[in-house]
Structure formats: structure tokens, C-alpha cells
Ligand binder design. Structure first.
Ligand code: DUT
Ligand code: MG
Length: 242
């Protein structure tokens, strides 16, 4: 099992273009390969923004974002796709077939690999039910795929690409608890050795994470395991109790 994909943010400050105040202020953390780092925090805390810096949709105004010691600003677009797999909070599909969507990050993937990724992502059943299976057409705003199915296809797409770093942005909150548990159990195996960062709302989703970062107002206000944070962090306790 290859272990690489160490993510390191150092003193990152970022504001959206044209905005007066920064959205992230002095954020530092390390996410290790083979581990799950969970991020929790209230709406608007800056969780999605943080992931967008790791996947280099934006560059920080100050500080650095590095993967395995290389600044993400030195990675080309194509390289980036094989290093980081982002499952966005609002999952999107490209116009094309289910298969072409799943192969986006690794065009040479076999059908068997697509089905295996779908199985892990809890999406194999509904694709099998489609008349044309992997060749079923989908469109960006298409209605033949539900929101939840879209999310599973995006998870499968990331798995097919086999990146070193997985970024799950609130990908599990809409699932029922049983599917959530099944999905994450399979993911644990499929992503073994990689660096996994999960933004989540449910405490049950992040309880077992190796490290939890608590975000508030664009800053990391707590870090530790579930038990450590329960003991020491007021913001975390409020989230857990709400
Ligand atoms: N923001 C912008 N422009 C954008 C995106 C976000 O100004 O294109 C602001 C909104 C918010 C802050 O940045 O005040 C952080 O937003 P983000 O989406 O990162 O927050 P979140 O922690 O992901 O919130 P949620 O839990 O609702 O997804
Ligand atoms: Mg968000």
C-alpha cells in the first residue's frame, strides 16, 4: 500500500477576490497519509474554502499549501487531478455517460474498476438498473440522476482516479445512518494508505477520525481526537450536544 499524500498548511490566510475580510485566518495543520482528518464547524466557518485551497481552486494570499513537501502552486492542472480527489459539497456531473464521468480522472480505467468503485460508493445498484448501465447518458442538470446518486457517482469518480489525497466535503450527511456506515467501511479499505480529509456535520461520521479539526470563523480553534476535544474544547462540545 503506497503511503503518500501528506498535506501541510502553514499559516494560511485567504480572502475571496474583492472581499474585505479574510475567510481563513492563520490556518495551520498537517494531515498524514494513512489517516483520516475530520473537519467540523458551523456553517460559514470556512471548511469548503479550506478544501478549495488544498485542491488549488484558489491560492492563499499568505502562507503555504504543500502536498508531500511540494507547493500545490507548483503542480500543473493535470498533475493535480492525480494527486487530489475532491468530492464537492455540491456534486456535479459532466454531460456524457456515467462511464465517462467515472473515468474523468483516469481514462484508462477498466469497466471492472468502475464497477468496483461503484460498489464501494454504494452506487452499483442504481447504475445496474439503468437501461444502458455505464453507457447511460447524464447531463449536468439532468433529472435522471438524483442528488444522492450524483454524490455517489462523484465518490466513485474520485476512487477510480486513485489520488493520494481524498477531500470529502460533507459527502455523507444526506445518507441514512446505515448507508453512511456501510459506505465509510468500504472507503476505509479503498482509500487505505492515502490521506483522507472529511468535512462532516454528524459526530458519528467523525468520531473515529485520527484527528479532528474544529473550525470557527475561519480559524482552527481546536484539534485532537473525539475524546480529547470533548474534554478540552467548548466549541466542539457545543457542536456535539446540538
Ligand atoms: N464565501 C464567499 N465566496 C465564495 C464562497 C464563500 O465569500 O465563493 C464566504 C461565505 C462564508 C465564508 O466564505 O462567509 C466561508 O464559506 P465556506 O463555504 O468555506 O463555509 P463552510 O464552512 O463550508 O460552510 P457550510 O457548512 O455551510 O458548507
Ligand atoms: Mg461548505
Amino acid at each position: 500500500v503506497p503511503t503518500a499524500g501528506r498535506v501541510e498548511l502553514r499559516d494560511v490566510t485567504f480572502g475571496y477576490p474583492g472581499a474585505e475580510r479574510p475567510v481563513l485566518d492563520g490556518v495551520s495543520f498537517v494531515a498524514e497519509p494513512g489517516q483520516t482528518t475530520a473537519i467540523i464547524g458551523s456553517t460559514g466557518a470556512g471548511k469548503t474554502t479550506l478544501l478549495s485551497l488544498v485542491s488549488r481552486q484558489y491560492d492563499p494570499q499568505q502562507g503555504s499549501v504543500a502536498i508531500d513537501g511540494v507547493s500545490v502552486s507548483d503542480l500543473g492542472r493535470h498533475e493535480m487531478a492525480s494527486v487530489v480527489g475532491l468530492i464537492p459539497q455540491k456534486p456535479y456531473l459532466f454531460s456524457g455517460t456515467i462511464g465517462s464521468n467515472l473515468r474523468f480522472g483516469r481514462p484508462e480505467a477498466t469497466d471492472a474498476e468502475l464497477w468496483e468503485a461503484l460498489r464501494v460508493a454504494q452506487g452499483a445498484d442504481f447504475v445496474r438498473e439503468k437501461t444502458h448501465g455505464l453507457d447511460e447518458r447524464v447531463s449536468q442538470g439532468g433529472t435522471n440522476v438524483s442528488g444522492g446518486q450524483r454524490q455517489r457517482l462523484c465518490i466513485a469518480r474520485a476512487l477510480v482516479a486513485r489520488p493520494r489525497v481524498y477531500l470529502f466535503d460533507d459527502s455523507f450527511s444526506a445518507l441514512d445512518v446505515a448507508t453512511d456506515a456501510r459506505l465509510r467501511e468500504g472507503l476505509g479499505e479503498a482509500t487505505a494508505g492515502a490521506t483522507v480529509i472529511i468535512v462532516a456535520q454528524r459526530v458519528s461520521t467523525i468520531r473515529s477520525a485520527d484527528q479532528i479539526l474544529v473550525m470557527d470563523g475561519g480559524a482552527v480553534v481546536g484539534r485532537g481526537t473525539h475524546d480529547e476535544l470533548l474534554e478540552s474544547n467548548e466549541t466542539y462540545r457545543e457542536i456535539v450536544e446540538s
